[in-house]
Ligand binder design. Structure first.
Ligand SMILES: Nc1ncnc2c1ncn2[C@@H]1O[C@H](COP(=O)(O)OP(=O)(O)OP(=O)(O)O)[C@@H](O)[C@H]1O
Ligand SMILES: [Mg+2]
Length: 229
């Protein structure tokens, strides 16, 4: 690659639909292809206090799957204790979430990676802060978006709305990843076919339901996004 990481931003059809699972699988997929890939969760709400400070499970999973990995604060510049919307969690912690610390952390990690995988919060229109939309972060860091579609009732509308909103924001989409977030979802193959035909961006693969969703073998289900020119 050309010395500066390609950056991808994983958003999803909702909270709890597999953004972290897909981000970890994508990090493993880059590694399988001999590429250095580092993950990041710029704003994380829901943290546990440890002897080393506040830690968030998503950010820890991304750090663990990163090659190279860095110190925790770079992977997660804003660790908000309460497990709720970032604006509410930041207010109760007295923290002001803003772009500069996120950009600084990203720029410290990007030079030693071929690909950066940045996990968003909730769904696409969940703000990161009162004055900070996820689209602003994507644009500022020059990222390309990947939409994670959690296979559950309502996903057709959520997936199409998400894709339309990202394109309306004038941002590039590298593709979407389907994720079987429910063990037994009726009519799964029909839903998969409908998603493929109704989304305009390419499908990068389907992650099956797995009792160990961070299993590195899941990476084999993904194709890498085509690098942006
Ligand atoms: N393919 C899968 N197989 C089994 N369980 C899964 C799968 N994908 C997700 N899960 C489970 O669903 C839950 C939510 O997944 P995940 O944490 O990746 O969602 P998320 O979109 O990142 O959520 P958040 O908005 O909180 O960041 C987790 O408990 C995870 O273990
Ligand atoms: Mg997550």
């Amino acid at each position: 690659m050309d010395g500066h990481a390609r950056g991808y931003y994983l958003t999803g059809t909702d909270t709890g639909i597999g953004k972290t699972v897909a981000s970890v699988a994508l990090l493993h997929a880059f590694a399988r292809n001999g590429l250095r890939a580092t993950g990041m969760k710029p704003v994380a709400s829901g943290c546990a206090m440890t002897s080393e400070g506040w830690r968030n499970d998503d950010a820890l999973a991304l750090q663990a799957a990163s090659k190279p990995a860095h110190f925790y604060g770079l992977h997660n510049p804003f660790a908000l204790p309460e497990p709720t919307a970032p604006q509410i969690a930041a207010a109760s912690a007295g923290i002001s979430v803003s772009m500069p610390p996120i950009a600084l952390a990203y720029e410290q990690m990007a030079p030693s990676a071929d690909a950066m995988v940045v996990e968003g919060v909730g769904g696409w229109l969940a703000p990161l802060a009162n004055e900070l939309e996820q689209s602003t972060l994507v644009s500022a860091l020059n990222l390309s978006v990947i939409v994670v579609v959690g296979l559950r009732l309502g996903c057709l509308s959520h997936a199409r709305l998400t894709e339309r909103a990202i394109l309306a924001d004038g941002l590039p989409i590298s593709g979407w990843i389907g994720n079987a977030v429910e063990a037994d979802f009726p009519k799964a193959s029909e839903y998969k076919a409908l998603l493929r035909s109704s989304l305009v961006s390419p499908c990068l693969g389907w992650l099956p339901w797995n009792a160990h969703p961070f299993d590195p073998e899941l990476a084999a289900r993904l194709v890498l996004p085509v690098a942006l020119v």
